[in-house]
Design a protein around this ligand. Structure first.
Ligand code: FAD
Length: 386
């Protein structure tokens, strides 16, 4: 690591590394097979301050800077991308959303228990017909007295069926596209809310992360659960996704590192034609390319994190880090399989899990195509209309 870290940042990284070596690496595979991560794991992370890592101390968090937070995410992802996903939605989506847009009273009520890990958070934007085109929200929120009545459905919501608090987007009746979108905090067990489907082990990857479809059938949410102002939802979502994407990029670095470390180890252990396979130039090439890939991705993440710490607009840097990270993790995990030969394809080695888990990184929180659009739009600026 050549990026200059402060002693505090190094301490966070080392603490996270130690936690992952002892408490995550030995169990991650079993969690994927069972389709769940025991709550005791996130409870332990909460004790270490990880579940509210960048959240200010006055709201129950650890008050870490973003560089430290990204180093923490990298380490968690080295152990388990499912666990990293839980941490990302809980902090980078749910807590970030509330910290930026909720009232002081709401922050005290909701952020404090989230940051302390007493409650778990999820964030529900995607719908069956609103993925990349997120403004095409069809869930409605009708105001009736001191409640909003929600009707509609959400799709692919990480931890949506298990979280205590779900931040839900819905639009006011009669509004379209970017106008009229609102966000609400919905508590688990609210009448009219149900979870028709949860996918764990049948997914390509992230098998210990429950991905849920959510249904709202005249779901009655108290009016004081509206976050920010009516119609602010689109701006809120775009701000929050920018935080989330950076975490996904750091997750890509951690996942790729796990695959790379396994490949380096195997290159020294496995022998063919009487020599360690690491001696063959074609294997060396894969090792060298992966090493450069991982470091380049980490620098992109840390640059975006540092911009955030300095209060600068980091949208371009975040999308670059997310796009490169997602593509990089696929390359590195693919090479790790190649280096393991047939054993890489078998269930006996961890690299097959890394390869499967890498695939989500270019899909959620804005696909690779959406990142390319953001990056090129920022670079080109407004163009003439036809
Ligand atoms: C495991 C998992 C967990 C998730 N967790 C959450 C969560 O916690 N909360 C949440 O809100 N969402 C979540 N999502 C949803 C995720 O963010 C969406 O799946 C993603 O935004 C893509 O939307 P879509 O699946 O509808 O694809 P679509 O938008 O239908 O895209 C299909 C394809 O078309 C491409 N495309 C679309 N528009 C354009 C364009 N203008 N130009 C070029 N190409 C385009 C896309 O890049 C993609 O390749 C999760 C998804 C998964 C799979």
């Amino acid at each position: 690591m050549d990026f200059r870290l402060t002693p505090e940042q190094q301490m966070v990284r080392d603490m996270a590394r130690d936690f992952v070596d002892k408490e995550v690496m030995p169990h991650a595979r079993e969690w994927e097979e069972k389709g769940e991560i025991p709550r005791s794991v996130t409870d332990e992370m909460a004790d270490l301050g990880f579940m509210g890592a960048p959240t200010p101390v006055e709201y129950g968090g650890a008050g870490m800077d973003y560089v430290s937070f990204m180093l923490l995410i990298e380490e968690i992802a080295r152990g388990s991308s499912s666990l990293r996903t839980t941490m990302s939605v809980h902090i980078s989506l749910a807590q970030s959303h509330l910290l930026k847009w909720a009232s002081e009273e709401q922050k005290q009520k909701w952020v404090v228990p989230l940051a302390r890990g007493v409650k778990h958070g999820a964030w529900a934007l995607t719908e069956p017909n609103a993925g990349s085109d997120a403004a095409n929200q069809q869930t409605t929120a009708r105001k009736e007295g001191d409640h909003y009545i929600l009707n509609g459905a959400k799709r692919f919501i990480s931890d949506g069926g298990v979280a205590d608090y779900v931040i839900v987007f819905a639009r006011l009746p009669g509004t379209q596209k970017y106008d009229g979108i609102c966000s609400f905090l919905m508590e688990k067990g609210t009448p009219g809310f149900s979870v028709p489907k949860t996918e764990t082990k049948t997914k390509l990857g992230l098998r210990a992360s429950p991905t849920a479809d959510l249904a709202f059938d005249d779901c009655k949410i108290p009016a004081d659960h509206l976050i920010g102002k009516e119609g602010d939802g689109w701006n809120q979502a775009m701000y929050v996704l920018n935080q989330g994407r950076l975490g996904v990029a750091a997750g890509a670095v951690g996942l790729a590192r796990a695959a790379f470390e396994a490949a380096v180890k195997y290159s020294k252990e496995r022998k063919t034609f009487g020599r360690q396979i690491g001696a063959w130039q074609l294997i060396k090439e894969m090792i060298a390319e992966s090493a450069v890939d991982i470091d380049a991705a980490r620098f992109l993440v840390l640059r975006a994190a540092q911009q955030k710490d300095l209060g600068e607009d980091n949208t371009l840097a975040v999308s670059m880090a997310k796009l490169f990270g997602a593509q990089m993790a696929q390359r590195v995990t693919d090479r790790a399989i190649q280096i393991h030969g047939g054993y890489g394809f078998s269930g006996d080695f961890e690299v097959e899990r890394y390869f499967r888990d890498a695939r989500i990184l270019g899909l959620y929180e804005g696909t690779n195509e959406i990142q390319k659009i953001i990056i090129s739009d920022r670079i080109l600026g407004p163009l003439e209309k036809k």
